[in-house]
Design a protein around this ligand. Structure first.
Ligand code: SAH
Length: 307
């Protein structure tokens, strides 16, 4: 969560005097609370300078005030984005979306992403590259695993594009909570599940053969998200398609773990890598071969087919 650097000043006899004293340190706001006055600054350095200078004259404590509303305020004004058939919009933008925005594309799919701490509003090039890749390959009838799901946008998109089931995992509990909240605002996405899980906690050796004993394909993410269950999901090579919008470094380090999650003949959609990391990522995922590639703002999206 974003935090504001601030000073909490107690027992203030004369608020005007305090305002005059902090003025030279360029405070961004001064707020009267029940038991103190809070002075906010643009940077911790500004705050610390003010704190050092005023400590002798005031009853002062440096604090970091969590901005619980930060996600909402930064994201509610975001414009909807369109990638192929997919439109990603905030609940406010979705409510105001004119039918004409959808009608030129009768097959348009609207995905609502509520502001949250989970990355993935569609406003980053890497998310858009993954959304493009999901449409470049055919996900109809496929089982999809989204590693590092953030807001859940890719898992929801995969399902809306026709996947039989999509599971999103993330090692950030806040992301999993936001992803689950996003399911509530996307009631059309019925075959999507989210579970806590850490890609790097997955042992890379001793791969488990695909488990299709009951004929039902698809991941069974545990509600508790136990590491054992996750390792099973990650290593069992059940996914037809795996999406991983991470970083170049993490993709390289986790290449064998990610390759093990996808069945032979399945596809990995990778992004989060920069153009200069592209060759190293491709080498790490060999013998999987690039079947689709796109670049935007220096970021690369790849679809690689596992032989
Ligand atoms: N899939 C979304 C979000 C990508 S951001 C989109 O495309 O927009 C990357 C996400 O990966 C973050 O939510 C981060 O918490 C998650 N992540 C980073 N390292 C991880 C790991 N080791 N295991 C699982 N998730 C991870």
């Amino acid at each position: 969560m974003k935090e504001f650097p601030a000073l909490s000043v107690a027992h203030v006899a004369d608020p005007d005097l305090l305002a005059a004293a902090v003025d030279e340190f360029s405070p961004t706001a001064i707020e009267s609370c029940e038991s103190d006055i809070r002075v906010f600054f643009a940077t911790p350095a500004d705050r610390d300078a003010a704190c050092a200078a005023l400590a002798a004259s005031f009853d002062i404590t440096a604090i970091d005030v969590p901005d619980e509303d930060w996600a909402r305020r930064t994201q509610e004004n975001l414009e909807p984005i369109t990638v192929g058939r997919i439109i990603v919009a905030s609940p406010w933008a979705a409510a105001n979306l004119q039918p004409s925005a959808l009608s030129p594309q009768p097959s348009a799919i609207l995905i609502v992403v509520a502001p949250s701490m989970g990355f993935g509003t569609g406003h980053h090039a890497t998310t858009r590259l993954c959304l493009a890749a999901l449409q470049a390959i055919d996900v109809t009838g496929q089982v999809v695993l989204d590693v590092g799901t953030g807001s859940g946008v890719l898992a929801i998109a995969a399902e809306r594009l026709g996947a039989t089931h999509a599971t999103g995992i993330d090692n950030d509990p806040d992301a999993i909570q936001s992803a689950r909240e996003n399911l509530e605002v996307n009631p059309a996405a019925r075959r999507v599940t989210f579970a806590f899980g850490d890609l790097t906690a997955c042992p890379e050796r001793s791969r488990i053969a695909p488990q299709e004993t009951d004929g039902a394909r698809g991941f069974q993410p545990s509600e508790t998200g136990s590491p054992e269950r996750l390792a099973l999901q990650l290593r069992s090579g059940q996914a037809d398609v795996v999406t991983a919008n991470l970083t170049g470094g993490l993709l390289v380090r986790s290449a064998s773990a990610l390759l093990a999650t996808v069945r032979a003949g399945g596809t990995l959609i990778l992004s989060g890598l920069l153009a200069h990391e592209r060759d190293e990522v491709c080498r790490a995922f060999a013998p999987a071969a690039v079947v689709w590639e796109q670049e935007e703002d220096g970021w690369v999206g790849l679809a690689m087919k596992k032989p």
